[in-house]
Design a protein. Structure first.
Length: 656
């Protein structure tokens, strides 16, 4: 079994290790090495993954676990696990996402716009598929797939290694935006193909490609289903595709005849609001289709044509599917808790359902479970099918904080929330309140894990009561709860935050509702600015980090799912925009934005600032030179946090 381990307790560099399940011996396969020469495509991939580590951050192995491929410094490296030898292969300098075939003879990888193939036996390395058109790439996930669909891959090996399925992406229809670095005017702006809501997407097709580059297109109704959402190719059946309609109200699961290049409909899920893509599915289990679908008001695991999980089990993702079992994660009744479960034809059984949040990766007879709770930062263990387990030793440093969070259910909608007070707080001493949401659909913040409450506890220790609330639209409560934000982010999301704040004050009398601030990033940044604009009687100061100020400037797949298109629903976009509200600002507002952000581009904050200036409304703007959406630079992240605390202290009169 392979896993990544950091070089030290506080070191972000990770290396590749292997655990021998027979004797429990761990050994290093690839030492961590900080990689300062990442290709642009690899930097973008890590941005889409929100990857903050360096060194070996991803890898792929053959079925036998003897050959491992990694990209280091833009070059392909292959490790022989048996003898520990690491070899640099080929001459490409833009390598990313290398993947050995199941037999371990070949490694396919992306290099710029091309997909290359290295033959480890013959010692050759060549372009497998590519073309000179600079708008066309092979083997890469397009922007919306990587950022919004959680499909980071663009090619998939056949189970026997004889061929691949490869995505061809033509970005010519997509508008070109330019990301400039104002701190370095001598540098040319970087072009970004950005599919804003209501505009053209990249044209994505799928091809069956042989070892010599011979190829055949896989055909489906792309006019009806233009999005390639998922691809699965295992030995249990023909390849499966999940393709999505532009309005996302339909997802079709297709089986592929690779010899003919044709597809056949296996099933189609529809919903008047939208249908979700899920990790790990569709897949075959002993000839039966496995998928996650909404049925009877619940999110359920479906095998063949029937749901195999009860209505009170909210299924989140599938970790693995084999010929006779499915390993998946789910919440049972309580959205702050996530367990790992197994389905076989004999029924359901828990693998890890202790209090806390558990995740899993699985292969063959083995499941690796990562567990965290309010009492622990995180552990990992290898669980065999017979029930035996082996713990993986963690050498991580313990955080200097011990969060103390009260998990609450607030208001008539029982909104999941966490309330954190300063360490050593004296009862009866009134505290300014910091509402610290994300708020965006599906992205839960309120989870029963200690790590989730480290930053809120640090903020609380600066003199605040910190309240984190998961409003309608979040995952874990069922399809109806999630779809409450359709065509209306502002009403349900902001309304729930206000209701939860008042309900929390009724429970905890030390919350001073005359001194309430709010901060957030991305969707949370939009929510923070919205709060001070539309509820200044509640929120006395706001910090909007990388806010989406105008949803017409955000991408197609995310925005259109919830709001439709600007052409069809102009009033919906107007109601959810911040720009027309700018003249109403009467509270302190700090806007923070990374100028290198290619997800929520800096134009969002600049346009809001322009509207505020035109209306004569005072506000502050903090531009972050060279910073992307995820703010990976440690010094920047730390000091931006300190500047936020200073802003809140000044405007909420919080103690030093």
């Amino acid at each position: 079994m392979f896993f990544l381990r950091a070089a030290g307790a506080e070191d972000p560099r990770t290396g590749l290790w292997v655990l021998d399940l027979a004797d429990g011996v761990e050994r290093a396969v690839i030492d961590p090495a900080e990689d300062d020469h990442l290709p642009a495509a690899e930097r973008m991939r890590r941005e889409r993954m929100r990857e903050g580590a360096v060194g070996v951050v991803s890898y792929a192995a053959d079925d036998a676990g003897r050959v491992v491929a990694v990209a280091l410094g833009g070059r392909l490296h292959v490790a022989d696990v048996d003898n520990g030898r690491l070899t640099e292969v080929g001459e490409a300098i833009g390598c990313f996402d290398p993947r050995p075939d199941p037999t371990g003879r070949f490694v396919a990888y992306v290099d710029g716009p091309n997909l290359r193939l290295a033959d480890l036996v013959a010692g050759t390395d060549r372009v497998l598929v590519g073309e000179p058109d600079p708008a066309v790439t092979w083997g890469r996930a397009e922007f919306v797939a990587a950022e919004e669909m959680e499909r980071l891959r663009g090619f998939w090996w056949a189970p026997d290694g004889s061929a691949l399925l490869v995505a061809r992406v033509d970005e010519a229809p997509v508008s070109t935006w330019w990301i400039a670095d104002p701190a370095h005017p001598e540098q040319e702006p970087s072009p970004v193909r950005y599919p804003a809501a209501g505009t053209a997407n990249a044209e994505v097709t799928l091809w069956h490609v042989g070892h010599e580059g011979e190829r055949r297109e896989i055909v489906w109704d792309r006019d009806r289903f233009p999005y390639l959402g998922r691809v699965s190719w295992t030995s249990d059946g023909p390849p499966l595709l999940a393709v999505v309609a532009r309005d996302q109200r339909s997802i079709a699961v297709l089986s592929v005849d690779v010899a003919a290049g044709s597809t056949a409909l296996v099933c189609e899920d529809t919903d008047p609001a939208w249908v979700e893509l899920h990790d790990g599915v569709p897949a075959w289990c002993g000839g039966d289709l496995v998928r996650i679908a909404d049925a009877d008001g619940a999110r359920r695991l479906v095998v063949a044509d029937g749901a195999v999980t009860p209505p009170d089990m909210y299924v989140r993702a599938v970790a693995s599917v084999s010929a006779d079992r499915v390993v998946f994660t789910a919440s049972v009744g309580e959205p702050t808790q996530v367990g790992v479960y197994c389905w076989t034809r004999a029924g359901l059984a828990p693998i890890a359902d202790d209090p806390g949040v558990h995740a899993a990766v699985a292969g063959g007879e083995t499941v690796v479970v990562r567990s965290a709770s309010l009492e622990t930062i995180g552990t990992a263990s290898v669980v065999h099918r017979d029930g035996s387990s082996y713990p993986l030793v963690s050498h991580a440093a313990l955080p200097p904080l011990a969060p103390s969070v009260r998990l609450l259910k607030l208001g008539p909608r029982a909104l999941p929330a966490g309330l954190v007070l300063p360490e050593g707080h004296r009862r009866g001493a009134k505290l300014p309140v910091l509402v610290d949401p994300y708020g965006g659909p599906h992205a839960q913040r309120v989870l029963a894990t200690r790590a989730a409450w480290l930053e809120p506890q640090w903020l609380a220790n600066q003199g605040f009561a910190v309240l984190v609330v998961d409003n309608r639209g979040m995952a874990g409560r069922g399809p109806e709860w999630e779809r409450a934000v359709r065509h209306d982010f502002a009403g349900p999301v902001l309304g729930d935050q206000v209701d939860a704040l008042r309900a929390a004050a009724a429970i905890e009398p030390d919350l001073d509702l005359d001194r309430v601030g709010i901060r957030g990033w991305s969707f949370g940044g939009w929510l923070a600015a919205l709060a001070v604009l539309r509820h200044p009687e509640v929120f006395r100061a706001g910090i909007a980090g990388a806010p989406v100020t105008d949803w017409a400037l955000y991408d197609t797949f995310y925005t259109e799912r919830y709001l439709g298109t600007p052409q069809d629903n102009p009033e919906v976009y107007r109601r959810n925009s911040l720009l027309d509200d700018a003249p109403a600002l009467e509270r302190p507002l700090l806007i923070i934005h990374g100028l290198a952000d290619d997800n929520v581009v800096a134009a969002h904050s600049l346009r809001l600032s322009q509207r505020l200036t035109e209306a004569g409304r005072p506000h502050s703007v903090l531009p972050l030179t060279g910073v992307t959406h995820m703010t990976p630079q440690e010094e920047v992240a730390e000091n931006v946090l300190l500047l936020q605390v200073d802003f809140l202290r000044r405007h909420l009169a919080a103690p030093q």
